[in-house]
Design a protein around this ligand. Structure first.
Ligand code: LLP
Length: 439
């Protein structure tokens, strides 16, 4: 059974949950609910584990995938632990730069980067731009030429391997928006064009095969295919490939029954496959890099909601109790979008009451506004109780919306008993400020 709670989660003597030494009741009273709590020590230790695992296998870099969740504080925590940051938009780039992360520790992604994003990244000196289309090769080359510099680039590949939790498909069709297809020849053509452009420096290849992956098969299959491609590039005398970025996608436990891979196992498996394949083909082993997002921040985050209503509804199998909380699909769209599963507990007290079957739902005007489709909570649950949903550090606040004009929740870092605001709660005034008619 996996632990789904942040490393510092404990129950106080009176049964209330505390994270990073902060009682969730105090945090809720101070910062309001819904509230995201982020265990800083947990994030730092995960970042460190990735850096150490990467160093152990001789990998060159680990970039934290900012899309999972980004603020200046989080950028600083992971950067202080030795990670670079992968940004996928001008907004993410701006936050990382404002946090003081130097361009040399950043990598820029995106399948449709704007000229402004490319130019801003270049003037910040980003270490790598991952190019994703023929148009973009020209745009990046032109921008670099105008700026009088040589921009190091990676080429994003589509290799026909797609992996998600518990399964991977090695014959996945390539009908998707990212990357250059290896099998169609587009990837080789992209590299041929890049090496002819004096304002670009070809540094290597990039592949990201999916997200929330639990086994090494997909990564290994991807690595084998890519090394085969590297061999072809050498045979065809196109270019040598010094670097290989294998993207992110490392899964985490949302439920105690989830069994994610340890990063050291994953890194050593993949590094071994790459070096064996390279040895077999007498190729120099490229420097590996990884881009974990979810695995760094996901398990370190918890959402605290306040229960508003408790409504028993008759269903075929008996009764299901709908527990409405003060957020919902605006702070966690993953259940509605991906049918994601979460673990929930009563956080403000303990209870010895019998468990009841519940569905935790939000406050939005939509019946699909479900946070947790099926869970068990104590049958003495009442309005005012606090619930904690585990493993919400990744892709919840970062994918939050203002649906129904709900302000986005605050994110508060907790460590050593001290809470610190990472992102303040939005206010209705913040939203009204966008509306000229409301001024
Ligand atoms: N690198 C690239 C190029 C990516 O596209 C992604 C995620 C990552 C790294 C980080 O992947 P991670 O380690 O976090 O799995 N919204 C979805 C996940 C989308 C991931 C998109 N790309 C979710 O909530 O599950």
């Amino acid at each position: 059974m996996s632990n789904v709670w942040p490393l510092s989660a404990t129950r106080d003597s009176d049964g209330a949950l505390s994270i990073g030494g902060v009682d969730v009741r105090d945090a809720a009273a101070t910062f309001g609910t819904p509230l995201f709590l982020l265990d800083e020590a947990d994030i730092r230790s995960r970042a460190r584990a990735y850096r150490e695992a990467a160093q152990h296998v001789g990998a060159s870099r680990v970039y934290y995938a900012a899309k999972a969740f980004l603020s200046t504080a989080v950028a600083q925590w992971v950067h202080e632990e030795g990670l670079g940051i992968d940004v996928a938009s001008g907004g993410e780039l701006a936050v990382a730069l404002r946090a003081g992360v130097p361009g040399a520790d950043l990598l820029l992604h995106g399948n449709n980067k704007s000229m402004l994003e490319i130019e801003t990244a270049m003037s910040a000196g980003v270490a790598r731009i991952v190019v994703d289309s023929f148009e973009e090769i020209v745009r990046v080359a032109d921008a670099a030429a105008r700026a009088g510099l040589v921009q190091p680039v990676l080429v994003r590949l589509t290799i026909g391997v797609e992996a998600h939790t518990h399964e991977f498909i090695a014959t996945a069709h390539e009908d998707q928006k990212f990357g250059f297809s290896v099998s169609s020849g587009a990837a080789e053509e992209a590299i041929r064009r890049i090496v002819k452009l004096p304002s670009l420096e070809f540094r290597g290849l990039h592949s990201h095969i999916g997200s929330q992956i639990f086994d090494t098969d997909g990564f290994e299959e991807a690595a084998i295919r890519i090394v085969g491609f590297i061999d072809r590039l050498r045979t065809d005398q196109v270019v040598d490939v010094p670097e290989l970025d294998l993207g992110g996608g490392m899964g985490i436990a949302y439920l105690p029954s989830d069994d994610p891979l340890s990063i050291s196992d994953l890194a050593s498996h993949v590094a071994q496959v790459v070096s064996q394949e390279c040895a077999r083909r007498e190729l120099t082993v490229p420097a590996l890099s990884f881009e974990p997002g979810r695995a760094i921040v996901g398990p370190a985050g918890v959402t605290i909601y306040e229960v508003g209503t408790v409504k028993p509804v008759a269903i075929d199998a008996g009764v299901r109790t709908y527990v409405s909380v003060d957020g919902g699909m605006s702070d966690n769209i993953r259940t509605a979008l991906y049918d994601a599963k979460y673990t929930v507990e009563l956080a403000s007290r303990t209870s010895t009451a019998e468990p009841m079957l519940v569905r935790v739902v939000g406050k939005h005007c939509e019946s699909g506004d479900i946070v947790i489709r099926e869970a068990y909570l104590p049958s003495d649950l009442v309005p005012g109780d606090l619930l904690a949903v585990a493993a919400t550090g990744a892709y919840c606040r970062s994918m939050a919306s203002n649906y129904n004009y709900l302000p986005k929740p605050a994110v508060v870092g907790v460590m050593n008993g001290i809470p610190s605001v990472v992102l303040r709660r939005e206010t209705i005034e913040d939203m009204l400020a966008l509306d000229p008619g409301a001024q």
